[in-house]
Write a protein that binds this ligand. Structure first.
Ligand code: C2E
Ligand code: CA
Ligand code: CA
Length: 559
């Protein structure tokens, strides 16, 4: 038992595993998804290349005993389980034995949720021995047959592979029982068999998937037609079956010619991606494999992994940059906007445009945003020695508003770092307002009444609605660089911005114009009498130390 374990529920599960394990051939395991902790019966550590039967950092440790070809698929599944995108795990793949041999195992598991949040997964691993040659249920050849065929010369000819998957067989099994599910698998196999052309081959692969092989020069067009025929055939089955169950099929399509290495492992990897992509695109459709999409997918998956690791690893790789904000009226430094950065050894510096949306989608923006809040307020406290009322602007994402107690956290952090509420400006974008969720308005008024300044960010990027401005009365409106650039290039846009600034001033709101890059731009923009300005011309976002050197130390500011 790991000494790090404090959680009693988890402890109990681990004890049960150890009690039952001696009387079975299978290996039981439990995963603490929240703390990235894995526990498996100790028999597994005797059989496979595991150093220990209990460990943190699952993905890093799995790399030591999971067969490398199978790792991406597993990693993807783990990420989805952690993110709550999936609640069951059912995967046939290979572990490496103590002797270094790949061993096929079937791993199944079920996620346990608490208050809707994935907390644990419990499951069982069994060795499947030699792989399935044929499927008794559908009467088709199984994956081993496919593997054998792909190794032959015939397979290397022109043609395509179409991987078909039943959309939501799990749901059918859950609603109508496993026997009914088996019937659907059989019927689907029959439907596909009726549609394929003579000479094409059909295999049943894992769970609810089939593979059609065309190695006689079939074109992509013909593959799409085949998919449509199969779909219609399945629809007919559904009708004939009096709609007792309604289901669809998705297809992942690959042309042989588009992949260099037609090995079994590659074919499985690419067709799996293609089928998943079809499902991601809304199911009941067919997706043709594109190398660029696959690379994007790999990059994104790696980024998700790195971001998660960084969050779990004390935010290593994250950084806060500071960009100066100047007050035009007082012709002096007003403060800084805190901007998140992320870099890794493997990926270098990643653009916020790329990683912020991923942080939002995965919910990791909540811990990462909290970390930025604390870093930035600490910095604000440090910089008070140069400018007593140094201001800090912090971006808050709508996800933080919807899914965490960000209002309370901000107010507590202000106390912790001994900052006046008015020294902090929270930047929010209008997009969250569109849903006009009560949380948004609640937090807005909570912060406003505490004296925190609020800025409406990215004004002019699309959502802009004047009604919000009168309703919300932000302290500052930040004009996005998109609007600024348009105004610099186009007279009408300039007039619009000018009128808007006047109107905002009438309403006693302050304007901050972002994205000024040159002296010339500055001259034109200053005619609009903005209150604050921000842009590369005045200073780029930079490290704390650099900011201190460049904007604080050398300047004598009057207190
Ligand atoms: P934003 O809030 O609109 O931040 C201003 C962006 O404009 C920054 O991009 C900044 O580097 C860039 N910028 C400033 N002056 C100029 C200029 O003169 N020319 C040009 N071309 N760009 C300029 P950055 O740092 O890449 O951040 C992009 C976006 O990522 C931010 O846009 C913000 O929406 C988001 N973001 C950054 N940090 C955080 C954070 O801590 N939390 C959240 N929720 N979002 C963040
Ligand atoms: Ca901003
Ligand atoms: Ca902005």
């Amino acid at each position: 038992m790991s000494p790090q374990l404090k959680n009693s529920f988890l402890e109990e599960l681990c004890e049960i595993i150890e009690l039952i394990s001696p009387s079975m051939d299978d290996y039981l395991y439990v995963i603490d998804l929240e703390n990235d902790f894995y526990y498996i019966s100790h028999q597994a550590a005797e059989r496979f290349a595991l150093e220990n039967n209990a460990f943190h950092n699952m993905i890093e440790n799995f790399n030591k005993f999971v067969y490398p070809d199978d790792m991406p698929k597993l990693e993807n599944d783990i990420l989805m389980l952690m993110a709550g995108e999936r609640v069951t795990h059912d995967m046939l793949y290979r572990w490496i034995s103590k002797e270094g041999e790949p061993i096929w195992i079937n791993c199944r598991g079920q996620v346990i949720k608490e208050m809707g949040k994935p907390m644990y997964m419990v499951g069982c691993i069994n060795e499947v021995g030699t792989r399935q040659i044929a499927d008794n249920n559908s009467g088709l050849l199984g994956e081993a047959g496919l593997k054998e065929f792909l190794g032959t010369e015939k397979a290397a000819q022109e043609g395509y592979l179409l991987r078909l998957g039943i959309d939501d067989l799990k749901g059918i099994n859950a609603r109508l029982g496993l026997e009914y599910g088996d019937m659907i698998l059989r019927k689907t196999a029959e439907c596909i068999s009726e549609c394929i052309l003579p000479g094409q081959k059909l295999y049943r692969i894992l769970g609810d998937e089939y593979m059609v092989l065309d190695f006689q020069g079939g074109s992509t067009q013909e593959a799409y037609e085949l998919y449509r025929r199969i779909r219609q055939r399945v629809e007919r089955f559904v009708t004939d079956n009096n709609y007792e169950v309604v289901f669809t099929l998705s297809g992942g399509l690959i042309e042989y010619s588009s992949i260099e290495d037609v090995s079994y492992a590659n074919v499985m990897k690419f067709t799996e991606f293609a089928l998943d992509e079809a499902k991601r695109q809304g199911r009941n459709s067919c997706y043709l494999f594109q190398q660029e999409d696959y690379e994007k997918f790999l990059k994104r998956r790696e980024l998700v992994l790195r971001l998660r690791q960084a969050v779990n690893n004390n935010f290593e790789g994250f950084e806060v940059f500071y960009q100066p904000l100047f007050s035009v009226n007082h012709d002096m430094l007003y403060g800084a906007e805190a901007l998140m950065r992320f870099q890794t050894e493997e990926m270098g510096m990643v653009s916020p445009a790329e990683f912020i949306p991923i942080l939002e989608e995965t919910g990791l923006i909540i811990p990462a945003g909290r970390w930025v809040l604390h870093q930035a307020l600490k910095t604000c406290r440090d910089f008070k020695k140069y400018i007593p009322d140094f201001h800090m602007n912090i971006n808050i994402s709508n996800i933080q508003i919807m899914k965490s107690n960000i209002g309370g956290e901000i107010l507590e952090a202000i106390k912790e770092y001994e900052i006046l509420p008015s020294q902090l400006t929270i930047e929010l974008t209008e997009s969250g307002l569109l849903e006009s969720d009560y949380r948004f308005t609640n937090i807005w008024s909570q912060l406003k009444s505490a004296g925190v300044q609020l800025a409406l960010d990215d004004f002019g990027t699309g959502y802009s609605n004047f009604r919000y401005i009168t309703e919300l009365q932000p302290d500052i409106i930040k004009i996005d660089r998109i609007f600024t650039v348009k105004a610099l290039e186009n007279e009408f846009e300039y007039e619009l911005l000018s009128l808007f600034s006047k109107m905002a001033h009438e309403l006693k709101l302050k304007i901050c114009i972002e994205g000024i890059e040159s002296e010339e731009e500055k001259e034109i923009i200053f005619q609009l009498v903005p209150d604050f300005i921000q842009g590369y011309y005045f200073g780029r976002p930079c490290y704390y130390e650099q900011f201190e050197e460049q904007f604080l130390k050398e300047h004598d500011f009057e207190a």
